[in-house]
Design a protein around this ligand. Structure first.
Ligand code: ADP
Length: 350
């Protein structure tokens, strides 16, 4: 019998207790229940013990996790503080650089304004000086021409040659002054264009006649290959395009030796008319070809050939062709020759 039941029976009946077989059977069942209760309790206790162990383990894991998280959080916070500080420094640096740039930009704007002002003054000065020089030079030109013409029979050969040299130098100076006036006009945006419709072949013909004598005197073949069919009209400032043609032909004559060949041609290419001036002259060194349209640029070939020139002709020609929405260019091989061309849009283009 279960010890608890036995103790309770003794306490209640004080030892004076007679067990009938039925009561004994009943008490055995009750004792079995006590035994079962004991077993259940032990099982429960064990379960509790296991659960609390697991709970403790879990708890310590959670505690550890929380500690790790705390450490992680502190490290992240530290990093955020450091990054914020870095960013603040960077922002301050940027701010300083920005201020410096603004200052420099302001200084540059001022310098630029000053340079523009100086350039304007320079352009005005050149323009005034050139205008002032043109009148006396023109007077000298006509006086020299008169002297050479009217006193040719009284002048000695030496005197005539001196007067001719003076006349030519005067001519060169006049040309240079005219070129400079054109350049100042281009640079100050005061170049005026007077457009009208022309046939480019007629323009080429009329320019060419001025050079026939010069070419003939040097045994240079100067030709114009007229296109088979009339080219369409072009809308140009005839005087300006004439000056471009003059410059290209003058250059071809300058840089082509006696007995050379210079041929002009004109053709239609899509919506443009292309005019070409081809010579078999001294050509342009390849390393200087990219500078040829720069103001005052004269290539080594020109300096070697000792020809007179200002280095302004092609600069002016380019500006004029640009104003006609055309293109100017060349191909050249030193010692073989050059082909200069320019294009002008056709009037009938769509
Ligand atoms: P300039 O002829 O007065 O020197 P340009 O502006 O007309 O000035 O020409 C610039 C330079 O281009 C010349 O000095 C010369 O070196 C070169 N050049 C131009 N045309 C020719 C040509 N047909 N053949 C060889 N060189 C040329």
């Amino acid at each position: 019998m279960h010890y608890l039941l036995e103790r309770q029976l003794k306490k209640v009946f004080n030892g004076k207790f007679q067990l009938s077989p039925e009561l004994e059977a009943f008490l055995n069942v009750v004792s079995g229940t006590y035994d079962n209760y004991d077993k259940d309790r032990k099982f429960l206790d064990r379960s509790f013990a296991i659960s609390s162990k697991e709970f403790l383990e879990l708890n310590s894991k959670v505690v550890k996790l929380l500690e790790d998280l705390k450490i992680e959080k502190e490290s992240v916070e530290q990093k955020v503080i450091e990054r914020t500080q870095e960013l603040r420094q960077k922002a301050e640096e940027l701010n300083r650089t920005n201020q410096l740039l603004t200052k420099r930009e302001h200084e540059l704007t001022l310098t630029n304004e000053r340079l523009l002002e100086l350039d304007k003054v320079k352009t005005e000065f050149i323009s005034v000086a050139a205008h002032q020089l043109r009148t006396p030079l023109a007077a000298i030109k006509w006086t020299l021409a008169l002297l050479i013409d009217e006193h040719s029979d009284t002048l000695t050969a030496k005197q005539s040659s001196y007067l001719m040299k003076a006349y030519e130098s005067n001519e060169r100076m006049l040309r240079l002054i005219n070129d400079m006036l054109v350049v100042t006009r281009i640079e100050s945006g005061k170049m005026r264009y007077d457009f009208s419709s022309v046939h480019i072949e007629d323009l080429v013909d009329s320019v060419l006649v001025d050079f026939v004598g010069q070419a003939h005197a040097r045994d240079i073949i100067l030709t114009f290959e007229r296109p088979d069919m009339a080219l369409p009209y072009v809308t140009v400032d005839p005087e300006k395009i004439r000056s471009v043609l003059q410059n290209l032909i003058e250059n071809a004559l300058y840089y082509t030796k006696d007995k050379g060949v210079i041929s002009l041609s004109a053709k239609r290419e899509n919506d443009f008319i292309r005019v070409l001036v081809k010579d078999n002259g001294i050509g342009i060194p390849s390393h200087q070809q990219s500078s040829i349209f720069n103001k005052f640029f004269r290539a080594d070939n020109a300096l070697k050939a000792k020809t007179d020139g200002s280095g302004l002709g092609l600069f002016v020609a380019k500006s004029i062709v640009d104003a006609h929405r055309g293109e100017i260019g060349f191909e050249s091989t030193e010692g073989v020759g050059s082909t200069f061309y320019f294009t002008i849009p056709c009037s009938d283009r769509t």
